[in-house]
Design a protein around this ligand. Structure first.
Ligand code: IMP
Ligand code: ZN
Length: 403
């Protein structure tokens, strides 16, 4: 039975759901719906590990604000390995991409950068024929282009019908191609070469490259030449950074060297940048590289919300190592993102709800964060300007209670 607190929470969610949002850090396979994961596993007769994937949550209880499942960094990488055994063919990645777009659109997202690591999947589950990494990217790009067109058509019809005075804004999306540092450097080069080629063929859609994967595997310096080539090829670069701890006293440690090398490269954006020690933190602040901050993901992977003491995400977020400082002391350029909504059971709306509650932000503060995120998007100037204007107009309507 819904309690007054649940109702209040849902009301708050509903209000924030209407706000336009910008999502700059969301991994495609990490956005898989749990229901889809279970469907695909059933179709393939694959038993998913009950440690990570279980249906045994209490019915009728709102779990969204609590850490109810194991999601340490190592848990997440074990999960990604399992997800990839299930999402094994082109139709399944098409479905995951389609649903990811639907889910972000439903949360009021107006601009979304999807990132994904190209994979040589099966053409069709059960067949022995392999598709190529290019097929993988083109399948995702096709879904994105079709979705974008349908969104714009839907919006135009809604406007002209006057059915709803202010229909939901259409979603615009772009693709970032990832390099997984768990794979070898040759594999990284393949992805970067593919990204450079696709950028020429789909200049409006393919906008950047990313380094992700298990931070304990390999060094950024192994991939530095790849990312230099990507830059030369006209691609924006974002790099996951400082997901494992280090200190200024351990300058020789691989975690310190890695974070330092990433900052020296001065990428266009950084993913997380969570655990920089003070000297590197200062370097980041001087460089003012925008950070894609993912509240739920950070709380989960850093294990800031202990499950055995209630697991409140809000309490966990109050212990976040950087966000308070970035928001209130250094005014660091930030984009609030979801990382892996399927893995962390989150949405673009929930991230804003958490942020607002944890740091007592006003709706005007959230508006500023959303608008500024668009400055750090990898879209061209024209698109950025256009979307930013759309966001401003919609906020104005919300503020005047016209929506
Ligand atoms: P995919 O690239 O579409 O397959 O999305 C899942 C992949 O994103 C994972 O296998 C990781 O390589 C990467 N990823 C997702 N979340 C994180 C993170 O928090 N840190 C580093 N890499 C991540
Ligand atoms: Zn990530």
């Amino acid at each position: 039975m819904a309690t007054p607190t649940d109702d209040h929470q849902e009301n708050h969610m509903q209000i924030l759901r209407q706000m336009p949002k910008v999502e700059l850090h969301a991994h495609l396979n990490g956005s898989i719906r749990e229901t889809t994961l279970f469907d695909l596993a059933r179709e393939r007769n694959i038993q998913l590990s009950s440690h990570h994937f279980s249906n045994d949550l209490l019915p009728g209880v709102d779990h969204s604000m609590y850490n109810v499942r194991p999601r340490s960094l190592q848990d997440c990488f074990a999960m990604f390995a399992e997800i990839s055994t299930v999402v094994d063919d082109l139709p399944s990645i098409r479905r995951v991409a389609q649903e990811m777009l639907e889910d972000f659109a439903a949360e009021g997202c107006v601009y979304l950068e999807i990132r994904s690591t190209p994979k040589a999947l099966l053409l069709l589950n059960g067949s022995s024929k392999l598709a190529t990494k290019r097929d993988y990217c083109e399948t995702v790009l096709q879904v994105m282009k079709e979705f974008q067109k349908l969104e714009q058509d839907r919006y135009n019809i809604d406007l002209s019908n006057g059915l709803k005075e202010f229909p939901r804004l259409p979603l615009v999306c772009r693709l970032i191609i990832s390099v997984d540092r768990s794979n070898d450097v040759m594999n990284g080069w393949e992805n970067i070469q593919l990204a450079i080629e696709l950028k020429k063929e789909y200049p409006d859609m393919v906008v950047g490259v990313d380094l992700g994967g298990n931070p304990l595997k390999r060094e950024f310096s192994d991939f530095r030449a790849c990312f230099e080539a990507a830059r030369q090829g006209g691609l924006f670069v974002t790099l996951h950074c400082a997901e494992v701890p280090c200190s200024d006293e351990e300058k020789e440690s691989s975690a310190y060297q890695d974070a330092n090398a990433i900052l020296d490269f001065v990428p266009d954006r950084l993913g997380h940048a969570l655990l920089l020690p003070p000297i590197l933190q200062k370097k980041l602040e001087d460089l003012r590289i925008p950070v894609e901050a993912c509240p739920t993901s950070n709380v989960m992977t850093l294990e800031l919300a202990e499950r055995n003491s209630g697991g409140s995400l809000l309490e966990g977020l109050s212990r976040h190592p950087q966000l308070k400082r970035w928001l209130f002391e250094t005014n660091h350029p930030l984009a609030i993102s979801t990382d892996d909504p399927g893995v962390f059971h989150t949405t673009a709306t929930k991230e804003l709800v958490l942020l607002q509650k944890a740091y007592s932000l006003t709706n005007a503060d959230l508006q500023k964060i959303v608008e500024q995120s668009m400055d750090y998007a990898f879209a061209n100037q024209e698109t950025k300007y256009f979307i930013k204007q759309r966001i401003k107009d919609r906020f104005q309507m919300i503020n005047e209670k016209r929506v």
